[in-house]
Structure formats: C-alpha cells, structure tokens
Write a protein that binds this ligand. Structure first.
Ligand code: ASP
Ligand code: MG
Length: 437
C-alpha cells in the first residue's frame, strides 16, 4: 500500500479535484488531503477576529468562504443528489464554525475551527469518488492521529488505531483521510502545525509500513536551486533523506521538514510528484547517496546574526554554555554557530526576544548584531574525506561578502551567511558553478 498526499492547490478547485481523482483511483492506497488552498489561512483570520471579539469581522470571512465552497460543489458534482449531499456537508461545517462567533474563544476553539478545512476537503473528495462509482472510505484522522503529552506524535497509538480502521473497511477501493489534524494527549482536537499534512502522510506511511510515500504538488520535484531567483534550475532526481531534510529545513517549500524523520526511521522512500505532469519522474528520497555529488542549494531568509567577542573566552571553559543558556532562557533556537578563540557567532530566525538576549549577552563580551541576513545552504554528499567541494563553493562566491561559514555539523551541508541583498547573486553564482557544467 502507498500513501499519497495532495496539498491545498491540488484540491483547490473543482477541476483540480477531478484531476486528483483520476490519479488516485488505480489502486488501493491511502490518500491524505490538505484543506483547499487559502482555507486554513482564512480559518486563521476568522480565529483572529474571534480572539479580538469581533464576531462581525469573523462572519464576513465565514460567509465569503462558504460561498466559495458552494460554488465549488456546484461545479464538482454532476447529479442533483450529490450536489445536495455536498451542500449539506458544507452547511454542517460552516454552521459549526458560526457557533464559535457567539461564545468565548480560546486556543481550544481555534484548533477546532482550524480543523474544518481538512474535514470539508476530504468529505467533498469522498463524495465525488462515491458519485463516480468508487467505493472510497473516509478514515477520520481524529480517530487515529494522536500526539502525546510532549505534543509529539504517538506512533504506537497511530499504528494500532489505523490497523483497526483499515481492517474494519477492508473491502474499500481506496481510503481518504485528513492531513494536518489530530487529537492531543487529552483527546482534544489539535493539529500538527501549519503545513503538517506532509507529516501526516509520513506518519501514516511509517504506521502501515507503506511501500512508498508520495507527496504530490504542482512542481516537478525538488529543484537544485530556487526557481524564483535563479534561471535554469532543474529537478533533482534523487536525494538522501538527510539531504532532503536539510533542503526542506533551509527553505525548499515543496516538502515540510518534519515529514522526513518517520520515513527515514522506517526506511520508506518518499517521492515528490507533480499533479500537472503525473508521468514526470519527480524526486525520489531514500537512504542511498550519490558519492561526492553536490545536489542542490537552498536559502533561508530573515536571519539575524549575533556575535559575542570576549578576551575572557580565551582558554576559558564554560563560555559557550553560558552563551547558549541565554538563548535557551528566551526559548530562541540557534541555527548556525561558528567559533574562534575569542568569540562566537550564532544565527537565529526568531527575533522576538532579541533585545533581552543581547542585553544578557553583554555580560560576557562585546555584542554585534547583523540583521536581514540569509543562510545559503549547499547540500549533497559532503563527507569530509571527499575533496574539493569546499573550494568549489567558496570559489563560486568569491565576489560576495560572507559573514559566516559552517561545515562539519553534518556530512550533507555547508552553510554560508550572507546579506539578503546578495542572495540572488549568490544563488545564481552557485548554480552556475556547481550545476551548469
Ligand atoms: N491546511 C494546513 C495548512 O495550510 C496543512 C497543510 O496544508 O499541510 O497549513
Ligand atoms: Mg504544504
């Protein structure tokens, strides 16, 4: 059995839903769907109005969104019976969302509101398949997807519940389920964070030991550089799990970084495919590497670099601990670190507590902050005994000022910190030098 996940744009219109239906009906797989594109953002906006005790603002967006869904249903189904059933489904969910405009609104209610997008998209797709004569069955994610007290997925629970559900519906042609949504350790409706549908697919893949996890989007795989900034990028045919994880984390939007781990631990290949070009090979992510090959470049924006310089660091013990402890106290994760005998530079992407962090760091040395930086990350089989890759990377960037360079934390990545104004030039130079010949 395979797990196929389709994102918001793949189910974003009646036509796209019909296209997806054609791709999923050939065998008995589990299909994970996101909410229709834009829906989760609208639900976030609705929640925002409700937090601010503005039910009219919320109602306006609710009504607008509902109209979109009714139009969608009108176009998707061909029989009066199914149009009616879909309208009832949509009305049910929107009436439910409307009940929240009348009462106290907290984090709990927000999670319930956010869950409606995936509940509607899967319900509509399932109805469409049924109308087309496919015996598809809805597997309610709220019945098997669960997180524990640390808000981490609970694999044993997921495996057990999913097994039972699949057995219960063993005569189905196909299974449809919601991405993103789950219950938490207390049984409340929760979610796997924004973009979490990829994670759902991967957790299901791990739970059922799927033959493959397919992530369907509207681009033909992971590209070797960012096509929004660089000319002539091309899809990477094959990536190691670690390479894919680095790229996903450092800005390749096509795959959510959390998706990699369950697949990697259970050695289940992940394939990135394109709904617009279903026969294209896409990108295969697995446990094998291509010896010595540089695969791709990615960039992460809005990075702040912080340098702490102190004579006291020289030959001192515990200096780094004290520095890192400050970031920990303000719950700010560090991305990149470089050190010298007399100082350390770190980067963060969350500036919320920056002032407090800098204030505290001043106890230990002179502090400098550089804003608006970008981490450029070069990914591939970069084992330290492979020679030459550092030289190629640095050579490509010979005309660009580099604030930090980091290698050795992983065998799959070299990270460089540059000014955001140099990003386009740097990405292009890396593509030209690393991939063009
Ligand atoms: N619908 C959710 C979101 O927009 C989950 C997902 O699409 O992966 O974040
Ligand atoms: Mg996504």
């Amino acid at each position: 059995m395979k797990v196929l996940k389709f994102g918001g744009t793949s189910v974003g219109s009646a036509q796209r839903m019909k296209d997806v239906a054609k791709l999923i009906t050939s065998s008995r797989n589990i299909v994970v769907l996101s909410a229709m594109s834009g829906t989760t953002n609208s639900l976030v906006e609705i929640s925002d109005y409700l937090y601010k005790k503005n039910p009219d603002g919320a109602s306006e967006i609710i009504n607008k969104l509902a109209i979109k869904y009714y139009e969608h249903a009108e176009e998707l189904y061909s029989t009066a019976e199914y149009k009616q059933r879909a309208k009832e489904l949509i009305a049910h969910h929107f009436d439910y969302i409307r009940t929240f405009t009348k009462d106290l609104f907290t984090l709990f209610e927000e999670k319930v509101v956010l869950a409606q997008g995936e509940l509607i998209s899967t319900g509509m797709m399932n109805l469409y398949l049924n109308e087309s004569g496919v015996n598809s069955v809805l597997l309610p994610a709220l019945d098997y997807m669960r997180t524990d007290k640390n808000a981490e997925p609970d694999p044993a629970y997921i495996k057990e519940k999913l097994k039972n559900l699949l057995q219960e519906h063993s005569d189905a042609d196909l299974y449809i389920t919601q991405g993103y949504i789950c219950r938490n350790a207390y049984g409340e409706i929760d979610n796997l964070q924004r973009g979490g549908s990829d994670y759902t697919a991967s957790l299901i893949g791990a739970a059922i030991h799927a033959e493959e996890i397919q992530i369907w989007t509207d681009i033909d795989g992971m590209h070797n550089n960012d096509p929004r900034f660089v000319e002539k990028t091309s899809p990477v045919r094959h990536l190691h799990f670690e390479e894919a994880a680095e790229l996903a984390y450092f800005g390749a939007k096509i795959l959510h970084p959390t998706c990699i781990l369950p697949a990697k631990l259970n050695n289940i290949p992940v394939r990135l495919l394109n709904t617009m070009q279903p026969d294209a090979p896409g990108t295969l992510i697995s446990n094998s590497t291509e010896k010595g090959k540089i695969k791709a470049v990615a960039a992460k924006d809005n990075i702040t670099a912080i340098k702490i310089k102190s004579g006291r660091m020289l030959l001192a013990t515990g200096f780094l601990r004290k520095v890192f402890e400050i970031f920990e106290n303000y719950q700010t994760p560090i991305d990149m670190v470089t050190t010298s005998e007399v100082g350390v530079s770190c980067t963060i992407d969350n500036r919320k507590r920056l002032d407090e962090i800098v204030d505290d760091l001043k106890k230990y040395g002179t502090v400098t902050v550089d804003d608006d930086m970008v981490i450029v990350c070069v990914v591939g089989d970069l084992e330290w005994d492979n020679v030459g890759f550092e030289a190629s990377i640095v050579n490509a960037l010979k005309d660009i000022p580099v604030r930090m360079i980091s290698y050795g934390g992983s065998n799959y990545n070299v990270s460089l910190l540059i000014k955001s104004g140099d990003k386009k030039r740097a990405l292009q130079a890396l593509s030209d030098h690393l991939f063009q010949n």
